[in-house]
Design a protein around this ligand. Sequence first.
Ligand SMILES: Cc1cc2nc3c(=O)[nH]c(=O)nc-3n(C[C@H](O)[C@H](O)[C@H](O)COP(=O)(O)OP(=O)(O)OC[C@H]3O[C@@H](n4cnc5c(N)ncnc54)[C@H](O)[C@@H]3O)c2cc1C
Length: 592
Amino acid sequence: LTLTNPSELNATSYDYIIVGAGTSGLALANRLTEDPAISVLVLEAGISDDNVVPVMAPFLGPTVTPNTPYDWNYTVIPQVGLDGRSFPYPRGRILGGSSSANYMIHQYGTNENWDRMAKVTKDSGWSWNNMKKYIERHENFIEPLDGHNTTDQFIPSLHSYSGTLDISLYVATQDIDNRVITTTQQLREFPYNEDISGIDNDLLGIGWAQSSMSKGVRASSSTSYLAAANSRPNLTVLINAMVTKLLPTGASGGLRSFRNVEFVDARTAKVTPTFQVQAKKEVILSAGSVGTPQILQLSGIGAAEDLAPLGIPVLVENPHVGRNLQDHPLLPNIFTVHENTSMDHILRDPIAVQAGITEWAESRSGFITNNVINNLGFQRLHPTVLEAFTDPSAGPHTPHFEIIFANYWLDPVTPIPATGSYFTILTAVLTPTSRGTVKIRSTNPFDAPLINPNMLGTAFDAHVMREAIKAIKRFASAPAWDDYITGVVGKFWSHSDATLDAHARQHTTTVFHPTSSASMTSHASTEGVVNPDLTVKGTEGLRIVDLSVVPFIPSCHPQGTAYLVAERAADLLKLHHRMNYIDDLAPQFVIA
Ligand SMILES: Cc1cc2nc3c(=O)[nH]c(=O)nc-3n(C[C@H](O)[C@H](O)[C@H](O)COP(=O)(O)OP(=O)(O)OC[C@H]3O[C@@H](n4cnc5c(N)ncnc54)[C@H](O)[C@@H]3O)c2cc1C
C-alpha cells in the first residue's frame, strides 16, 4: 500500500520502519514482508514515480536530474582538487530513490571488491562466495526489446532468469558501437570482455552494458521490488514523509535505542507539525550516502565536533559518521566527428526529441527505448605506472579506471554547442584514495548538508585520471576511428602532463556514486559506523542498509551492490528475528 498523507496511516507502530524508499530500502521492504507476520512501514521524502515519463523512458534518464522535482538538488562544496569548482550532486528523491534517477548500468563489481569487504569487516558473509547466491533472487535477465542476437554479448550461464529486477542488453546499436568492438580486436591493450557484470567473470576489458531495463522502460526498485510487494497488507509505504530525526527510547546493555522516528510532511518544507511512529523491532536507515549520515547527525549520533557547535546533544559519540565518503570522479573527453554521424543533431532538435518520446509512448519503439550508453571498459594501470604508489585496488583483477563511450556531446559542465557532431569518451577513477565528508550545517533537516566528495583530492587520483586520458587517446588512435574522428575539443590531446591535469581539474565532476559515509567495520573495531550485521555501533535496534555502509567504493557502477547489500540485510534481519523468537520461547524448552 502506498500512501501520500501522514493522516492515512492506520497504525503508529510497525515491526520495522525503513527510512528511504530507495534502491536498498525497497529491496529490503520486499524481502521482509515476504513473511506475512512482519509489518513494515517505509517513509520516503520524495514523490510518486507513477507515470513520470523522464523516469520511465530509458533514454531520458539524464533529464531526471539535476535540478528537478525528482532530485534532492544538492551541490558539492568547492572542490580543492578541481580548481575550487562546485557542481550539482544528484540523488533521487522519488519512489525508487536513485534507482529511479540513475543511468541504469547494472553490475556487481569484482569478487575482490566483496572479499575485501569480508576481510575488513571480519565477516565472511560479505565474501563473494556467499554474496553471489543473492543474484539468483535479485536478477531477471530478459531478452532485449529488439530481440537482436545476443551471442557473445553476455554469458548466459552466469545470469539469473528468475529474480525480481529486469536486466537487459541494449536495444539499438549506435554508430560507434561496432567501432568500439573493432578497436578491441585492433589493440591488445583493450581486450573484449564478453560479460562485464562481474559475476564470476573478470571485469577487465570492454563490453556491452547491461542495464536495469524492462522492455523499453526503466526497471527501478519501485517498478520491481515494490511493485511485487505493494499489495501485501503488511507493507505500508508513505511518500512525502521527510524523516527529521530518530528519538532516543532508552538503552539496553549499554547501547542506546532509537525506536521512535520523527517526520514531517515534505511538501510543506516546514519542520512542524511533526509526526511520530514507533518500531517494535528495529529502525533501518536506507536514506543513502547523503541522507543516512544527515539523519544520524540530526539525531545526535556523530562527531561531537560536528554536533556541539549546532547545539545538538551528542547521544552516541562517533567521529566516523559522515566521514570516509567516496565517489568516482568522471571526466568527459570530447572528439569532433563527421557531420550528422552522431546523435547530436537529434538531441539538440526539440521536435525530433518530442517525436521520439511520442513514438516511445505509443509503441515502445525508437531511440528513447534504449539506454544512453551501450559500451563500457574497465582497465588497470600499467604496472610500471603503478610503481610509485601503493595499489589501492581490491586486487589484481580489479580495474583502476573506466572508459565510457557516448555517441554525442556528454559534458555535465559545458552545454552542447549550437553546431557540430561529437563523440565523448568519459574516463572515471574507480579506486579513489580521496576521502570526503557529509556534514549537516544546521539543525534544520531541510538545509542540505555540506557535501565534500573531495574529487581528485589525492596525487594518486589525479594520476589515474591522467593515465586514463592517455589510454583513451591510444584507444581513439586505433584504425577503427580513422574515418570517424575529425578532431578534439579542448586540450586533452596535449603531450604535457600539466595540460592533461588542468583539463581534468576543469571538467571533472561525478559518476554520481557516493558511498561509504557510514562505513562498516568489524565488531571489535572502534572505527566505522556500523558492525558487519549493519547495526549502528553504540546502539541497538538501529541498522543501516544502503550504500553508505560499504567500506570501499566498488570498482564499478554500484547499484547492483546496493541491491545485494539489501538482500543480505533481509537475511540478517530474518535470522535475528527468528533467534529472538526462539529466545522468547526458550522457557518452554526447559526440561524439568
Ligand atoms: C544521476 C545518477 C546516475 C547514476 N547512474 C548509475 C548507473 O548507471 N549505474 C549504477 O549502478 N549506479 C548509478 N547511480 C548510482 C546508484 O543509483 C546509487 O548509488 C544507488 O541507487 C544508491 O542506492 P541507495 O539505496 O544507497 O540510495 P538511494 O537509492 O538514493 O535511496 C535513498 C532514498 O532515501 C530517501 N531519503 C533520503 N533522506 C530521507 C529522509 N530524511 N526522509 C525520508 N527519505 C529520505 C531518498 O529520497 C531516496 O529515495 C547513479 C546515480 C545518479 C543520481
